[in-house]
Design a protein around this ligand. Structure first.
Ligand code: FES
Length: 108
């Protein structure tokens, strides 16, 4: 299992998930009813409401964002940062065990 930590906007205790490899971070978060991941499009990359800020060292381990992902990141409700990613595009792998992301203040 891959351990994932989602830090609520404004601080607070991280939400801890144990996820199967091969799933997207968005799917894992939605299935666990994590507040702060809306994922309105269900992973079709048309909504940008699954935005997260990925902490190092994990941000550097992710494959580069595709042109489509970079395009959608222009439409995040919360400010885009250098470590902004769409969680529907983050496939969980063993290399991401311990992945820590910050949830943005708002998704809409
Ligand atoms: Fe809509 Fe990720 S779920 S862009």
């Amino acid at each position: 299992m891959i351990r994932v930590h989602l830090v609520p906007a404004g601080g607070g205790a991280p939400i801890e998930l144990a996820c199967k490899a091969g799933r997207s971070l968005m799917k894992a978060a939605v299935d666990a009813n994590v507040q702060g991941i809306e994922a309105e499009c269900g992973g079709l990359m048309t909504c940008a409401t699954c935005h997260v800020y990925v902490r190092e060292p994990f941000a550097s381990r992710l494959p580069a964002a595709s042109a489509d992902e970079l395009g959608m990141l222009e439409f995040t409700a919360s400010p885009r940062r250098p470590n902004s990613r769409l969680s529907c595009q983050i496939e969980l792998t063993d290399a991401l065990d311990g992945l820590t992301v910050d949830l943005p203040p708002t998704q809409t």
